[in-house]
Design a protein around this ligand. Structure first.
Ligand code: NAP
Length: 279
């Protein structure tokens, strides 16, 4: 079994992005990423801090807006409009969840689709569905980078994705399809999920249920990618019963240290790509 080291892959990717940016920064250009956070969600604050630190590592300039929980929709959209017009800002990210009473869809729809480095807008999602070049949403995009880094073949393989959220499961299935996998998507209403999972050459799990995938659900030699992040007795764990599954796999991602570090790295990649396309 080979353990997929997301920390190393993310770190290598950030170093590579830094090198790509360096000559442009030396020439006086700015590659900016704006992050807007509203309210007091502690997990969001940690994510935003990680994003700011990663920006510094890569050489991206952070534009950071921390807004109170009673902020109005208008105040947020005014900031987004200002950032849409700012030529130094190539990516805009609104950290979710937003405070109660704020229409998240409405806010996200105000971001210039060319600056939607999170890949959540209907424009970027539409491009993904059409198989066109797009900003891949960061978590499933990160999974594809991991598969590429470890030279894991995807074309012609049977891939099963458990979970169909707009942010992970659905774009994940589309990305695997684009790479010519034969893809099955499972969700909470799927019957015989264990039997379907056990046929997968590549099994991606993104549901948020600790230890959901047990050894009998995994084919010998399968590649298992665990996107889940759960906390059990104060300890982080994924959606896969890692201890009992790992020896059946050819490759497996641990939690933490697997997919997690890739999400922020992919945000950096999408921002640098946006910059390089438009600079
Ligand atoms: P979500 O929006 O809550 O979606 C969960 C999906 O799982 C839904 O499609 C749901 O099916 C399905 N599901 C729930 N229970 C199931 C069951 N018993 N059997 C089969 N399918 C089931 O969650 P998400 O945002 O996609 O996140 C999933 C997990 O990934 C969470 O643990 C989250 O913390 C983690 N995550 C990690 C990262 C990272 O950077 N590593 C990023 C994002 C998310 P229905 O559609 O039928 O309800």
């Amino acid at each position: 079994m080979i353990l997929i080291d997301g920390k190393k892959v993310a770190s290598d990717l950030k170093q590579q992005l830094k090198k790509q940016l360096e000559p442009h920064i030396a020439a006086g250009k700015t590659c900016g990423l704006a992050v807007i956070i509203a309210g007091e969600d502690p997990a969001s604050k940690v994510y935003v801090r990680n994003k700011i630190n990663s920006c510094a590592e890569v050489g991206i300039k952070s534009f950071h807006y921390e807004l109170p929980s009673d902020v109005s929709e208008k105040e947020i959209t005014d900031i987004i409009e200002e950032l849409n017009a700012n030529k130094d800002v190539y990516g805009i990210l609104v950290q979710l969840p937003l405070p109660k009473g704020i229409d998240e869809r409405k806010i996200l729809s105000k971001i210039d689709p060319q600056k939607d480095v999170d890949g959540f807008s209907p424009f970027q999602m539409g491009k993904l569905v059409l198989g066109e070049k797009c900003f891949p949403s960061c978590t499933p995009g990160g999974v594809m980078e991991l598969l590429k880094y470890y030279s894991i073949p995807v074309a012609g393989k049977k891939a099963v994705v458990i979970g169909r959220s707009n942010t992970v499961g659905k774009p994940m299935a589309l990305m695997l399809l684009k790479q010519n996998a034969t893809v099955t998507v499972c969700h909470s209403k799927t019957e015989n999920i264990g039997k379907i999972a056990a046929e997968a050459d590549i099994l991606v799990v993104a549901i948020g249920k600790p230890h959901f995938v047990t050894a009998d659900m995994v084919k010998d030699g399968a590649v298992v990618v665990d996107v889940g992040i759960n906390r059990v007795d104060g300890k982080l764990c994924g959606d896969v019963d890692y201890e009992n599954v790992k020896d059946k796999c050819s490759y497996i991602t641990p939690v933490p240290g697997g997919v997690g570090p890739m999400t922020v790295a992919m945000l950096m990649k999408n921002t640098v790509d946006a910059f390089l396309e438009n600079v």
